[in-house]
Design a binder for this molecule. Structure first.
Ligand SMILES: Cc1ncc(C[n+]2csc(CCOP(=O)(O)OP(=O)(O)O)c2C)c(N)n1
Ligand SMILES: [Mg+2]
Length: 690
């Protein structure tokens, strides 16, 4: 490789000027970092990244994550100049470019393939959505875990390198400061993820100014402490040193690599280089011209791609990527002949399909007045499903024994540095990284689940929101779902969590009432392709409802269903509940019926699924003319008015909980059959008075 060939410089300056011009045209965005990191990205993409622009979803491609998502123009410029092709939602490569020049000209405008920050599923070649700093780094750890696991599972004698992709992530000071990067780095170091390479843009600038204001970590020492291989490039423009650093990474066998690159934000801008002003605002027309002059660029040319640039990328990453990709598919053909079952698994996994018979071992639970905790039912169902879905893997943030998410059947094992084929992941007490790692798994199409107590979903929320935004079918299992936790007290009793999860668009929240609803919830979840799901489960036992007496649990698929109706099918009052409060409503209903009042109990495990039903179904479950309504849920009442109306009554939590035996808590907070029945009676009186 020629370190300073003119063509290299032209390509690098094309990335820089496209980025400057796009930000200037949009009159918003972040020009400085793409300008500084253009040589780093160029060196990586042109000479190392195993990526085929013609087929940007080839399964064994190296992943490139731009964790510093504000530098999005860097990625868009690369996708444009490498002529990366668009891929349809059905995984078909389309002939058209993913990022045409017009998209760059319309950076940050409505419907442009170049939104403010990179968005997965919107722009082909964008491997994950980034913008919230640190998330991309943690995603990259998940991707590397997925690669590790897939290698252990799919690579076979004669096919030892079928899955061996590397994962590169580019980050800045902001990513380094965010706690999630520390969680993720600690986990990656522990697992010895040698396919992982982070590149840290050490420009010492953030929005408020010099990092001296808020950051003085010795990053190298910190990462050595995390068990990483650390190397340094003193000048972001030194292609030879950059190449050497990447080669050092490629030689690493037992640990991840951090490359610290010293750079100058807005490199080449005479008045803005090394200033925070270059971080998040356009350079200004005049400064753009002056910078172009520094680069030896035509000052009047905008969005200019000089002759030979496309061809140079075609000859570099284009040719190398296509050769690697084509050779890989030839190997897969041979693999298919030799290992047809594994090849079939790989295909289905990549297309988010399930194996035939995936649900055949899901148990049905017999009616039982004592019943079992829904977390226990979930553990049994999860194991029954995982037995038949080999690429369903997951774990817990150190609460596996409580959340019942451990896979216990033969051949599961632990996912560790020296046992990468294990299916039980151990995230350690790192909820935020756990959720982001799950996103990383899902981006590589490994089906992942993670568990903790519902209360600690707060610690994972930043990444959960991105599961939803990226439309990834990640599975969250959150147990200890309410004041049902009892003696642990208000620090461990979720109140606002269910409502706040329901508020995330696209996230399917399920809070099943008993063991059979839990089984049905898992069935729904496994069949989701583009939605993450949260399964909210009890710590304490709840009765297993007699489905001969009451409606079938398969109603869960509709989100809400009539569990027990008024004897004549024409109720005076509706009792709506989810989870552990459903049986409570059955008891209240019996009391009301004994007093001559006709009540219907609606089990409502999932608002999102119910809201998706046709109006006719929703009206059948919640007849509009029955306005006497009571909702019962051991959580914030926020949102229930949508179903009970402004005249209905919500029984729920309006304060934090308390530390006491559950028996006392249900009395204190009104979760007793007497209280629910009394509320229903009041509702009936109100309606009769009206
Ligand atoms: C979680 C999160 N917090 C805050 C922001 C807003 N933000 C965007 S970039 C940035 C500064 C980042 O500094 P650095 O990573 O050093 O990037 P540079 O300016 O060097 O490109 C901030 C605070 C964000 N995107 N994400
Ligand atoms: Mg910085």
């Amino acid at each position: 490789m020629q370190a300073s060939s003119e063509l290299d410089a032209t390509c690098i300056n094309t990335i820089r000027t496209l980025s400057m011009d796009a930000v200037q045209a949009a009159n918003s965005g972040h020009p400085g970092t793409p300008m500084a990191l253009a040589p780093v990205a160029y060196c990586l993409w042109q000479h190392f990244l195993r990526f085929d622009p013609q087929d940007p979803i080839w399964p064994n491609r190296d992943r490139f994550v731009l964790s510093a998502g504000h530098a999005s123009m860097l990625l868009y410029s690369l996708l444009h100049l490498t002529e990366t092709k668009a891929v349809s939602k059905d995984y078909e490569t389309l002939g058209e470019p993913s990022v045409p020049l017009e998209a760059i000209e319309r950076f940050r405008q409505l419907d442009s393939r170049c939104p403010g920050h990179p968005e997965y599923r919107w722009t082909s070649g964008v491997e994950t959505t980034t913008g919230p700093l640190g998330q991309g780094l943690a995603n990259s750890v998940g991707m590397a875990c997925a690669g590790r696991w897939m290698g252990a599972h799919f690579n076979q004698p004669g096919f030892e390198d079928l899955i061996d992709f590397n994962v590169y992530a580019l980050c800045g000071d902001g990513c380094m400061m965010e706690g999630i990067s520390a969680e993720a780095a600690s986990l990656a170091g522990h697992l010895g993820l040698s396919s992982l390479c982070w590149i840290y843009d050490n420009n010492r600038i953030t929005i408020e100014g010099h990092t001296a204001l808020a950051f003085s970590d010795d990053v190298a020492t910190r990462f050595i402490g995390h068990g990483w291989n650390v190397t340094r490039v003193g000048d972001a423009n030194d292609l030879e040193m950059l190449a050497r650093a990447f080669r050092t990474f490629l030689r690493a066998r037992d640990r991840p690599t951090l490359i610290i690159v010293d750079s100058h934000i807005a490199y080449g801008a005479p008045n803005k280089q090394d200033t925070s002003a270059a971080h998040g605002e356009p350079l200004g027309e005049q400064e753009v011209r002056l910078t172009k002059r520094t680069y030896g660029w035509a000052e009047d040319a905008t969005f200019h791609v000089p002759d030979g640039v496309y061809a140079h990328f075609r000859d570099g990453i284009g040719k190398r990527g296509k050769d690697l990709r084509d050779r890989w598919f030839v190997r897969v053909r041979d693999y298919k002949a030799k290992y047809p079952e594994l090849a079939e698994q790989l295909y289905r996994m990549q297309h988010r399909q399930l194996p035939d018979g995936w649900d055949k071992d899901i148990p049905t639970f017999t009616p039982d007045g004592t019943g079992m905790a829904t977390r226990d039912a979930s553990g049994k169902v999860l194991n029954a499903i995982a037995k038949n879905v080999p690429w369903l893997i997951g774990g817990s943030a150190d609460l596996g024994p409580s959340c019942k998410t451990r896979l216990t059947f033969d051949g599961t094992g632990d996912f560790l540095a020296d046992s990468p084929g294990g299916r039980n992941l151990h995230f350690g007490i790192r909820e935020h990284a756990m959720a982001a790692v799950l996103n990383g798994l899902a981006l590589v199409k490994v089906r992942g689940y993670g568990s903790t107590f519902l209360i600690f979903s707060d610690y994972a929320r930043g990444a959960m929101r991105l599961s939803a935004l990226m439309e990834l079918p990640v599975i969250y299992v959150f147990t200890h779902d309410s004041i049902g936790v009892g003696e642990d007290g208000p620090t461990h009793q979720p109140v606002e969590h269910v409502a706040s999860l329901r508020a995330i668009p696209g996230l399917i929240v399920l809070r099943p009432a008993d063991a059979n609803e839990t089984a049905e919830a898992w069935k729904v979840i496994m069949q989701l392709h583009h939605e993450p799901a949260v399964l909210i489960l009890t710590r304490q036992a709840v009765p297993t409802i007699d489905r001969h007496q009451y409606a079938a649990a398969s109603g869960v698929a509709h989100g809400a269903y009539v569990l027990a109706d008024a004897s004549d099918g024409s109720p005076d009052v509706l009792l709506l509940a989810s989870g552990s409060e459903v049986v409570l409503c059955l008891e209240a209903r019996a009391r009301l019926e004994a007093q001559g009042m006709k009540a219907r109990v609606v089990s409502m495990p999932s608002w999102e699924l119910f809201d998706d039903q046709p109006q006719e179904y929703r009206d059948r479950v919640l007849p509009p003319d029955v306005t006497a309504r009571v909702s019962v849920e051991q959580a914030s009442t926020f949102g229930w008015a949508k179903y009970v109306g402004t005249t209905g009554r919500c029984i729920g939590m309006r304060s934090f909980g308390a530390s006491a035996p559950l028996k006392e808590l249900v009395k204190k907070f009104g979760f007793t059959p007497e209280h629910v029945a009394a509320a229903a009676r009041e509702q009936l009186q109100r309606v009769r008075r009206a």
